[in-house]
Design a protein around this ligand. Structure first.
Ligand code: HEC
Ligand code: HEC
Ligand code: HEC
Ligand code: HEC
Ligand code: HEC
Ligand code: HEC
Length: 313
């Protein structure tokens, strides 16, 4: 999932830091209060709720093989497979259980339980489900989701949390042009269908849309998020080959339900500079490019351009 070395990690993550910190603090508060109340009775309560509400589909042991499972095109998840389920942070599970699978783009075969279960009961269920995982679930290893600013509504609800987070598909598996060209590239309809001719094709309307685009012979009209003005030149190739991780410039994409970013020049930022506050440059502005080039040339042995003509030709 992570591309290249950790060289980029010390650079700024687009100001996502603040959001991540807030969510992390909230998560920590929640988990420390959960730890204060002894967990054992909660797990037991979760087990009882599971037997009543979930076992029919997910099976008595959580393997996704309950008596009703046969009726579903997309099978109920195997909740015991720690390799997959351990990747998913609590907020994802809470959302799926409370509002149903479709809220995270999954099959609506997973019903919404918000009308039947309290928040505390959902918490108990999650504690129980976590206890089923093999390899065992480790709280510290899971990072919360990030709500990216200014995320556009895309034509298909495509989730990096599912593809790059849960299934850990490599970024360059889909953005395959990044290391050899100017563009990173987005997979074609055919490429999506390589998996989705089968996966989710029958009962997930978001995945059904991929088939529709193919029938109409149209590419999927994804809305661009990261975009420089035409007069500036950027190329992925040099940056990827140098070993910068995608996340250095794009933030923790694998934890975004929908990709978004607050980039480019802004008036408020210019005003702060004018009064001498010197905030760090905003992502995708010239100051951002040049700052990193200076830093990597001084500290990382890079030969990144500072000439006007290289970025403006
Ligand atoms: C009517 C059948 C049904 C019932 C009842 C049901 N589920 Fe599901 N559940 C599903 C299906 C189908 C999926 C797979 C959705 C997908 O992968 O697109 C799923 C997926 C999930 C996921 C997502 C996990 C992942 O793969 O990321 C969780 C968590 C979950 N269920 C928990 C529960 C819990 C807890 C209960 C009981 C409160 C429950 N489910 C009851 C059918 C059901
Ligand atoms: C390597 C296989 C693979 C490829 C390639 C792939 N997907 Fe998926 N996708 C999956 C799997 C596995 C799931 C989980 C299905 C489930 O549990 O319901 C999924 C889920 C989804 C979902 C439902 C969950 C979500 O993300 O909202 C959508 C929509 C989707 N894919 C769209 C796409 C599109 C569009 C493309 C092409 C740009 C694509 N996928 C490429 C494997 C793939
Ligand atoms: C040094 C910073 C940097 C790194 C590292 C980087 N990107 Fe980008 N990316 C950008 C910029 C800047 C743009 C906008 C380019 C433009 O508009 O010309 C962009 C645009 C994109 C786009 C949309 C346009 C396109 O090129 O298809 C995708 C997708 C993308 N990046 C994916 C990735 C992936 C995947 C990686 C890691 C393999 C990565 N990026 C690494 C800075 C970066
Ligand atoms: C299964 C294919 C798939 C995988 C794996 C994947 N992406 Fe994407 N990516 C997409 C699709 C489809 C879009 C367009 C929809 C959207 O913006 O979410 C996209 C959009 C993006 C964009 C925004 C492009 C723009 O419009 O500016 C960035 C940045 C990006 N991906 C980076 C990554 C990174 C980093 C990873 C690895 C952590 C990754 N992607 C893994 C399919 C994928
Ligand atoms: C490393 C790449 C890079 C270098 C080197 C660079 N620029 Fe830029 N420049 C950019 C990018 C990207 C933008 C567009 C984003 C923005 O407006 O901040 C830009 C924007 C500009 C703008 C428009 C600013 C505005 O307010 O609209 C001017 C003028 C400009 N550059 C002049 C220069 C001059 C003169 C030099 C040499 C001293 C130079 N640039 C060197 C990347 C670069
Ligand atoms: C996080 C650090 C970082 C950021 C941000 C960054 N760059 Fe770079 N860039 C580099 C490094 C490192 C190299 C040199 C790689 C080497 O020495 O091989 C480089 C090289 C380049 C090159 C030379 C490409 C070549 O073919 O030799 C261009 C052009 C460039 N960057 C443009 C930009 C522009 C435009 C931006 C802003 C939109 C930008 N870069 C943002 C680190 C960065």
């Amino acid at each position: 999932m992570k591309t290249g070395s950790t060289r980029g990690e010390r650079s700024h993550l687009l100001g996502f830091g603040v959001t991540v910190l807030l969510i992390a603090v909230r998560g920590w508060l929640a988990s420390s209060s959960a730890a204060a109340a002894s967990p054992a009775p909660d797990v037991a309560a979760g087990r009882a709720l599971y037997a009543t509400h979930c076992a029919l589909c997910h099976g008595p042991s959580g393997r996704g093989d309950g008596p009703s499972a046969v009726g579903f095109a997309t099978k109920p998840s195997d909740l015991t497979d720690g390799r997959l389920i351990n990747q998913m942070p609590d907020d994802f599970l809470v959302n799926v259980i409370t509002h149903g699978g479709s809220v995270e783009g999954l099959s609506s075969g997973m019903p919404a339980f918000g009308a039947y279960l309290s928040d505390a009961q959902v918490g108990q269920l999650i504690l129980y489900v976590r206890s089923l995982a093999s390899p065992p679930f480790q709280t510290a290893a899971v990072v919360p989701l990030v709500t990216a600013p200014r995320a556009p509504k895309q034509p298909i609800f495509f989730s990096h949390v599912v593809h790059a987070g849960k299934y850990r598909l490599d970024c360059q598996y889909c953005h395959a042009d990044a290391r050899r060209s100017e563009y990173a590239g987005i997979p074609s309809v055919e490429r999506c269908l390589g998996c989705h001719r089968i996966i989710g094709a029958q009962d997930n309307p978001e995945i059904g849309k991929i088939q529709e685009y193919r029938r109409r012979g149209q590419p999927i009209p994804w809305i661009r998020v990261f975009k420089l003005p035409e007069f500036a030149y950027f190329t992925h190739k040099a940056h990827i080959r140098f070993g910068l991780a995608c996340q250095t410039c794009h933030g923790p994409i694998e934890r975004m339900r929908v990709v978004g970013a607050d980039t480019g020049p802004s008036l408020a930022h210019d005003l702060m500079n004018l009064v001498g506050l010197k905030p760090p440059p905003r992502p995708l502005t010239m100051g951002w490019c040049v700052d990193c080039h200076r830093r990597e040339n001084a500290e990382g042995g890079a030969r990144a351009p500072l000439d006007c003509a290289v970025c403006h030709h």
